[in-house]
Design a binder for this molecule. Structure first.
Ligand SMILES: NC(=O)C1=CN([C@@H]2O[C@H](COP(=O)(O)OP(=O)(O)OC[C@H]3O[C@@H](n4cnc5c(N)ncnc54)[C@H](O)[C@@H]3O)[C@@H](O)[C@H]2O)C=CC1
Ligand SMILES: O=C(O)CCC(=O)C(=O)O
Length: 387
C-alpha cells in the first residue's frame, strides 16, 4: 500500500486517479508521497520514507530542492498545467490597471440606494475613464508556458509584443507567434513598453530582477504586472516610484505589507491558478507523475533529478538508484549486481547537474542484501526496489 499526504487541498479529480493500492494519510511522517501547492516546505522535517513530492503547479520556490535531492526525494512539478488560468488573469490585470473598473464598481455599490443612479452614473463615469490596450506595447519577460500564452494572446488584442527570454526552450520558441518581437536586451522592454509582465521562476539569479534601476528606465505611464512571485521585483522601489508618479500602476498577485494599500498597487490574493480547470489539470498531472514514479520508477517532469523513463517493467525486477553524478557509479552498480549473479536486461542512466538516476531492469528478484550493498555505495542517495 502506497501512502500519500496532501499539504494543500488537491482537486478530487486528481486524487481519484489513485487506485485502491493508495491510502491518504493525515500525518506527513507516514507518507511515501506528498502533494503540495503553495505550502512552505523549507522548515518541514522530511520523513525517511518520503520518496516523492509533487507540486501541483509551476513554481517550486516553496520546496527545498537540494535538501530533497540529498535525501533521495524526487520533486516534480506540473509544467503548463495552470498556464491558461494565469494568462487570463494577466489580461484582467491589464484591464484593471488601464481603466478604473474597481473604482467604478465601488461607486455603483456606494450609490445602490440612489433611485436616479442611472442618470448620476452618466455624469460620474468620466471619473473612471481609462485607456485601451490595443495599439500599446507589451513586454513579456520569460517566455515559458505562461509567457508564450500571454504574448500570443496579446498579439490578438492588437498589442505590439516584445518578448525576452535568453533561455527559451525549443518548444516554447516553436509556440511563439511570429508577430512577437525578439528582444535580446531587457532594457529595451523597460524603456519602451507601456505594459511589462514578468513570467520567470524565482531563483537566486532572478531575485529582484526588476530593481530600482529597471524601474527608473520605465515610462511614467508604464504598468508592471507581476503574476510570477513578489520577490522578483524590488517592491520598495516600486512603491516609491508609484508614489512619486514615476510609473503608473503595479499589478501583483502576491499580497504583502509593502504593496497592499500602497498608491498605484492593485493586488490579488495569489489567484492566478485558482480556476477549476487549472486545479484539475495540475492535480491530474501531479498524481500521474507520482504513480509513474512509485509504480514504474519513471521520472517525468522532475525539478531536482533528471527525467528518465523506461515504460512499464516487463522483466522480473526493476530497481531505481538515485545517486550523485560522479564518475564510476555505474560500474559499482553493475559489479554488485554481477557478483550476485543478477543479469541486467535493460538500463537507463541520466544526469542533471549534481544528481543522476539509474533505472535497471533485471532478470530476477533483487534480494535485500544486494539492495543494501547498492545503498551503501558512496554517492548513492537512495535505492528503490520498484518490482
Ligand atoms: N500566480 C500564480 O498563481 C502562478 C504563478 N506562477 C509563477 O510563474 C512562473 C512562470 O511559470 P511558467 O511560465 O509556467 O514557467 P516556465 O518554466 O514554463 O517558464 C519560465 C521561463 O522563464 C525563463 N527564464 C528563466 N530565467 C530568466 C531570466 N533571467 N530572464 C528571462 N527569462 C527567464 C525560462 O527560460 C522559461 O522559459 C512560475 O515559476 C511561478 O513562479 C506560475 C503559475 C501560477
Ligand atoms: O497552487 C497555486 O494556487 C499556486 C500556483 C502557483 O503559484 C504556481 O503554480 O507557481
Amino acid at each position: 500500500m502506497h501512502k500519500y499526504h496532501c499539504l494543500n487541498p488537491i482537486a478530487a479529480v486528481g486524487l481519484d486517479l489513485f487506485s485502491d493500492d493508495y491510502q491518504k494519510v493525515e500525518d506527513i511522517k507516514d507518507a511515501e508521497a506528498v502533494l503540495v501547492r503553495s505550502a512552505a516546505m523549507h522548515d518541514l522535517e522530511l520523513p525517511e520514507g518520503l520518496a516523492a513530492v509533487a507540486r501541483a503547479g509551476a513554481g517550486v520556490n516553496n520546496i527545498p530542492l537540494d535538501k530533497c535531492a540529498e535525501k533521495g526525494i524526487v520533486v516534480f512539478n506540473t509544467p503548463g498545467a495552470n498556464a491558461n488560468g494565469v494568462k487570463e488573469l494577466v489580461f484582467a490585470g491589464m484591464l484593471y490597471a488601464s481603466r478604473d473598473i474597481v473604482g467604478g464598481i465601488d461607486w455603483c455599490l456606494a450609490n445602490q440606494n440612489d433611485e436616479n443612479i442611472a442618470k448620476t452614473a452618466e455624469k460620474q463615469k468620466k471619473n473612471f475613464a481609462g485607456t485601451e490596450i490595443s495599439g500599446k506595447k507589451l513586454g513579456v519577460i520569460g517566455l515559458g508556458a505562461i509567457g508564450v500564452l500571454v504574448a500570443n494572446a496579446a498579439t490578438h488584442m492588437g498589442m505590439e509584443v516584445y518578448g525576452y527570454d535568453p533561455y527559451i526552450s525549443v518548444s516554447a520558441a516553436w509556440s511563439l507567434s511570429r508577430s512577437v518581437k525578439h528582444i535580446s536586451n531587457v532594457e529595451d522592454i523597460y524603456r519602451e513598453c507601456d505594459y511589462i509582465t514578468i513570467h520567470v521562476p524565482l531563483l537566486d539569479s532572478t531575485r529582484k530582477m526588476i530593481g530600482a534601476d529597471a524601474i527608473a528606465m520605465m515610462k511614467p505611464t508604464a504598468i508592471v504586472l507581476n503574476f510570477a512571485r513578489d520577490l522578483l521585483v524590488d517592491e520598495e522601489a516600486m512603491v516609491d516610484a508609484l508614489a512619486a508618479g514615476k510609473i503608473k500602476k503595479y499589478v501583483s498577485d502576491f499580497p504583502n505589507t509593502t504593496t497592499v494599500g500602497a498608491k498605484g498597487c492593485i493586488v490579488t490574493p495569489h489567484l492566478g491558478a485558482s480556476t477549476a480547470e487549472s486545479e484539475d489539470n495540475c492535480a491530474l498531472m501531479a498524481v500521474r507523475e507520482i504513480r509513474d514514479y512509485l509504480e514504474n520508477g519513471n521520472i517525468v517532469h522532475s525539478v531536482n533529478f533528471p527525467d528518465c523513463s523506461m515504460g512499464a517493467c516487463m522483466t522480473a525486477g526493476r530497481i531505481g538508484i538515485l545517486h550523485k553524478n560522479e564518475s564510476g557509479m555505474l560500474s559499482h552498480f553493475t559489479t554488485i549486481l554481477g557478483n550476485a549473479g543478477i543479469n541486467i536486461d535493460g538500463m537507463a542512466n541520466k544526469s542533471r547537474g549534481d544528481y543522476a538516476y539509474a533505472l535497471i531492469d533485471v532478470d530476477t528478484n533483487v534480494p535485500e542484501d544486494v539492495l543494501a550493498k547498492l545503498e551503501q555505495t558512496d554517492g548513492v542517495l537512495k535505492v528503490r526496489k520498484v518490482k
